[in-house]
Every structure is written in C-alpha cells, then in structure tokens.
Write a new protein. Structure first.
Length: 409
C-alpha cells in the first residue's frame, strides 16, 4: 500500500471540530497529532465545564446536536465552515454497548445521523467516528451499513476497524471501533499500526499514587514516578487532583480484604459472600496486566473488575484518568458521581493521537486545490455496494481473529 508523502503546498495545519466531545479526549489526541482544534460541541453541562477548564482558550459549545445549526457553529467558534478540515466525535454509545443489555430502541442509537447532517453541511475533508465495537454488529450490521451508506450518499468513502487501545500505549484492554471517512477524490487515510510492542500495566500506570483507605483523599504525591508512563503523566504537575476514594461500608472493606491481586469473589468466605452481583463482580484488577474497560462504575467493587489491585476500595477518578491516558494536569470538575461518568465516557488521548496522525498524513497528501475541489463538488459514491462489505473485528488474544476492515467504496 502506497504511503503518503507531504507535498510542499500542504504545510498548513488541518483544523478540526469535536462533536459529542465530552471532556475532550479526542481533542487532546488530535492536538498531539498536530491538528488545530477549534473546539467541541456537547449538550452535557458538567462535561463542558471540564472541557473549558482544561482546554482554554479552546471552548465547548453547549448545544444539542439534534438542534445545532451550522450558523451557530460558525458564530460561536468564529470560524467559517470552509475552514473546518476534519470533524471527529463519538456519538453516545450506550445503546450499542456490549456491557449490559443492548437496547435497540434507545434513541441515542440514531444520534450518528445528526453527526452526518452536520458533516453534510460543513463538508470537511475527513471524518472520524469513534464508538464501541457493538456499533458495527448492532442489528446484524444494519447500523454499520447505514452509516457507510449515509456517508456515501453525501460523497464520502468510509471504512471501519475495531482496535484494542492497549496496543497504542493505553493501560486498558478496551476495544473501540473507528470509522474513517474521506471525500471522494482525496487520499485515503490508513489505519494506524500499533505503537506499543509491550502493554502498559495497571501497576505501571497507578502504583505511584498515594495509598487510600475507604473515604480518604490526598492532594500530594508521596513518591517519585516509578515508570516512564507515570513520569509522562505527572510532567508539570505539583498537585494531585481527583484522588479521593469512595466511602465503602465496613462490611464491604472486610469482603475485599479476602480477594488477592487479580482475584475474584471465589476467594470470599461463604459466610460473608455478597448475595447480589454477577460472576465477575467483586473482582480486583490484575496489577500485572492492562485494565479492562474503564467505565463510570469504576468506584464500585460490585461492578466488573473495578476494584484496586491491592487496596480495599474501588478506583478513584484520578486512577481512572491514568488508565485512560490523561495527564495528571487534567482536572475533572463537577459532582463526584458525574466525574466518574465523564471519565468513563472519555476517549483515551493516546489512542486518539494515533488516529489523528493517520488522518494528518492523508490530509497532507493532497494539495490545497485538491481539497478545495473535493469540498465543492457534492457527488455520491456511486459504486457503494453493501454485498461487498466485509466485517472484520480485531479480537482479543485467545479468540478467533477475523480480518479487520469494513469498506464502502
């Protein structure tokens, strides 16, 4: 496959807009890839507060994408639509999640159509959609096919692949699907190859943080960084924020004392075995492995592997941020329950940076004239054929691995 090469006429930095931005994990990653981010859009007030605090002077427009107009976007960001080169975002994914029961009638399942509508009006050169892997298998692939066909009708080629974020330096085994879209006639973005040959473990990520008992909090470091990952996350930080443990009942703490590092509820004596929960409830993260997917339930030991490897408590917001690859200088605002939700819904910046690098390379492979011409001519991708779609999910180690790409061409 031909690699992209920069052309002398393509030195400008592409500009991006982050839809359904949350706290801005995608924004951070795209910035690290050399993209100028003009801002984000979200209807979640607490996430906007966190976004604005951490990304200033870049701002978040508080708006419901079902009602947002292009004119509103242009006015708020003082940027004409012609100067938005990339639109990225992760439409709310709870309806597609593989955790818990999927709800086919969840109205959030259709929010990608609002994403599509805004893309159709702005016509950026490239599109990035991030979501849970369930998005490509929901309704036997009907959602995936609708996305590819919808973008084809407004002139975008589209492909998708499922990634494991641990392969990109994130200490987490979360799997995410990425859709790449590009206007007909522009260079195709290639999916990034893994950037890490060895995975960052839970211990690599968080074992320098101060120990906490139930309900305790600390605002200062007590030891120097113990790993390169910790050193990078702590760069420039002198104060520790968001490191407060949930206040567990004494009975819960007693239960957790019996579970070893990486262990589960099988180690709990019968006389204090919790009657509620699932087979993977009351399980500790394994310190020597990456974490499983970080969710908003990370503070609850009764959730799936949400307990600290060695301390008798759930994870703190700061530990969740570390496992999501946010730096310690990033501070989450709002009520603590909301903080956990904001972190659990975020896109890991290190993963977003790898994705951004691929799109930047493709962007610079086109001349400015080629980009302008592609945006002017609205033409559907005529030869889109759903019978030629080949779904390939990249599975975890130990599972059957199928091919990886879904292409609408």
């Amino acid at each position: 496959m031909t690699q992209h090469h920069l052309t002398p006429s393509a030195k400008c930095r592409p500009r991006s807009l982050d839809l359904f931005c949350g706290i801005g994990g995608i924004t951070l990653g795209l910035q690290r890839a050399g993209i100028e981010t003009i801002g984000g859009i979200d209807c979640w007030a607490e996430a906007k507060q966190t976004f604005d605090f951490n990304h200033a002077p870049v701002r978040c427009l508080l708006s419901d994408l079902r009602e947002t107009t292009v004119e509103e976007v242009e006015a708020f960001f003082a940027t004409p639509r012609q100067q938005v080169d990339i639109i990225a975002g992760g439409p709310p994914c709870q309806g597609f999640s593989t955790l818990g029961k999927r709800n086919r009638s969840d109205p959030r399942n259709q929010l990608w159509t609002n994403f599509l509508h805004l893309v159709g009006q702005i016509r950026p050169c490239y599109v990035i959609i991030e979501n849970v892997e369930g998005m490509v298998v929901a309704d036997k692939g009907a959602v995936r096919d609708s996305i590819i066909k919808g973008f084809a009708e407004i002139g975008y080629r589209m492909k998708a692949k499922v990634f494991r974020v641990a392969d990109y330096g994130v200490p987490q085994l979360r799997k995410r699907v990425i859709f790449f879209g590009w206007l007909q006639g522009l260079a195709e973005p290639f999916f990034p190859k893994p950037t890490s040959t060895t995975h960052v473990t839970v211990a690599d990520a968080i074992n320098d943080l101060p120990q906490l008992g139930s309900g305790q909090y600390k605002e200062g470091y007590e030891v120097s960084p113990l790993t390169p990952y910790q050193e990078i996350r702590r760069k420039g930080s002198t104060r520790l924020a968001n490191h407060e443990a949930a206040n567990h009942p004494a009975g819960m703490v007693e239960v957790l004392k019996h579970i070893p590092d990486g262990g589960n509820r099988k180690s709990i004596p019968d006389d204090i075995q919790p009657k509620s929960g699932f087979h993977n409830s009351y399980a500790r993260l394994a310190s020597w492995k990456p974490a499983i997917a970080v969710t908003s339930n990370m503070r609850k030991p009764s959730s799936a592997r949400a307990t600290h490897p060695t301390q008798n408590r759930g994870l703190t917001v700061r530990e969740g941020l570390r496992l999501q690859s946010f730096d310690d200088s990033f501070v989450v605002l709002g009520p603590r329950t909301s903080q956990y939700l904001q972190v659990g819904n975020a896109v890991p910046p290190l993963f977003a940076a790898a994705i951004g690098n691929s799109v930047v390379s493709a962007f610079h492979a086109n001349t400015e004239d080629e980009r302008n011409q592609a945006r002017k001519h609205v033409r559907s991708v005529k030869n889109w054929d759903e019978t030629n779609l080949q779904l390939c999910l990249e599975m975890s180690l130990g599972l059957i691995e199928r091919s990886n790409t879904v292409v609408g061409d």
